[in-house]
Design a protein around this ligand. Sequence first.
Ligand code: PLP
Length: 420
Amino acid sequence: MKLSSFGQKLGEDAGINSLMDDLGEAMASGGDVVMMGGGNPGHLPEVTDRLQAIMKELVDDPEQFRRLTGVYDPPQGEKKFIASLVELLNQEYDWGLTTENVGLTNGSQSAFFMLFNMLAGEHPDGSHKHILLPLAPEYIGYGDAGLTPGLFRAVRPEIEELGDNQFKYRVDFSQLEITEDTAAICVSRPTNPTGNVLTDGEMLGLEELAREHDIPLIVDGAYGTPFPDLMYTEASPRWTPQHILCLSLSKLGIPAARTGIVIADKPVIRALSGVNAIMNLATGSFGAMLAEPLVRSGEIISMSRDLVRPVYRRKMESAVTAFREAMGDECPWRVHKPEGAMFLWLWFPDLPISSLELYRRLKARGVLVVSGHYFFPGLPDEDWRHRHECLRVTYSQDEADVARGLQAIAEEVKRAWAQG
Ligand code: PLP
């Protein structure tokens, strides 16, 4: 079989595919594996119970069950969910949305694929436009979502040392270059992989640049406000017609329902719905119908704030404590200030081995993490040592397992230093 450029780029060479295969194989090999590599949400019994009750109502009501299984939704998505969400967001934030500002997709991952390729790549005037990622490291899932090469340009951050083994990445506005070939700016907030939450000031700075250059600011809120609200710091949600805000139901606990939500200016939603119709005919109704009662009542917000967020916050705090105890101060280490999401981003300055080698040694011990070097899509600066000195560790799963995994990381880092 001879694959096209598209087939090769997405089907064979994509970094995310080899990473997922690698993690999948390690899991399938059985044995005692500590899984700190993926992005699966934790299991929260209260959330599961509530979803199960709604599901039962849907299944028991013939009319609802027919809508759930027997009807294609319009390409923009399930109408009742969209109407309820618009009402909720206007009530909470006064964003002045109408139903034409919201589109649903099969997971937010597919929304990014459609948006990036709708905006960047070849334009009818012959230009080739790119998406600017103003703060690397960024989400690995963007890197492979371009149909044409060179779709992303990323910028190195400023690194602020906070003391107490913590640091924080900041947008280096002096290095941001927006040209006539910049199609959009994109950030995840909170950021996967670092748990960073860009400050309100940084967000306003990016918004100003977007407005000045008449391009959208794409904000990936897969972990953000208003749901699942995995935020452990003060940060204001914001939407204007300049923004394309992407939300997801996945991290609330239903990744299998594959429901992404895009909130944007009407022409963006119209174009997105057109692309969605070609790629998917319709978005699946399942997630939207399951979550609609929670959105209509506003429960999705209280559930996120009062139930989901505290669980992850506790997991984050106990992971940081466990790692601090395991590392001590024998050799250099830092953790990115964990302000959101479900990851610790560990940095080992001057480590004698690469993060990829550290990942391999941990995998041999049955501890799965992700080497940090994957998370720099669009950053040409291969020689920047920092990108080979970091690990992403997911803390969403069982706390005792996470502590065991963190202990193994500390041991391997100390061994690497001892071997020199
Ligand atoms: N954005 C970020 C930052 C993510 O971490 C993920 C998944 O892990 C996604 C988007 C895509 O999530 P989904 O397609 O499940 O909505």
